[in-house]
Design a protein. Sequence first.
Length: 343
Amino acid sequence: MKLFERLLDTDVKADVLTLFHNNANLSDSLEGLARRIGRNPAEVRREVDDLVELGILKRVEVYSFGTDRDREIQDAISKQLALGETIGLETLEASGSGTPGFQVARVSTGIDILDRVLPDGLPSTSAILILSDPGAGEENLLAHFVSQQMEAGKSILYITLDNFPANIRQIVQSQLARDTLDWSTLRFIDGYSKTVGVESEEPYIVDPENLSGVSIAISDVMSKTNISLMVLNSFNTLIRKRGVRSAIEFLHLLVARTRQSRCLCFVTMNRKAFHPAIVASAQDIVDGVIELKTEESDEEIACSLRVLRMVGTKHLTTWIPYEVSDQGKFVQTRARKVIGNQS
């Protein structure tokens, strides 16, 4: 069993990890921990005992977070991911989905700073996790890829759980080079309006807590249209609504649909909202990871991006500084001193 799989083998354990990750100085009794996460003390005891055995939790008279051991665990997870085998694009190309000589095409991203770190291009059939800090511009990045597909006359499926479809259309509009496009090629599954009590005009309206309903809506759209790009924004909401294990299972299904349909898929996730074991579990499923981070100084908030992983294609892991223009474009800023590797 992989280390992060042991850390996430139950939703209760994932809830305890998330609680301490967000409150590293927390100390509480078993009953107090159970109340904080809304669980039964008996089931919480089983999971905290395992975390104590791993050294992540320390048991005195109350439970407190073992930050040193947690960092060691995080390092071990990172090494495990780096050394582990990923079944993804290579397997798809080898099997060809039944098509002799099938190969996954590489395409330019159309963003100069991304094309620099992806010299061979982005695999056109792949599931990409966008790990982003708040304010790093992930919706603008998604809008770029959506507008790119629309201008090519291709169909897009956008599963929105964190924003209104109307707002997303506005962001996409700012990225378009021309106005006379067929907006019907951009299809939404609206999982946000219902959660905030607003009536939606979209044909597909879902409740994020009902993953079966979300899956049925995706299947219905894909059965009627040849989708070239699928977006899920964001994975955070699925974790909050349904718990880690159910969200991870859904991500597995989403990646399988991506490969079956031979489309490109982007899934967004907050870099810092969850314990690294949860983030690592999501990274382990997808074909590639693009990171967007923000660093605050006395003078400004600096943004930079990198391609942390991309299966089946050459990439650089160098952090590239950027800013988002008034038109929502990613523009490289003056280079800072960075250290990167080629993978």
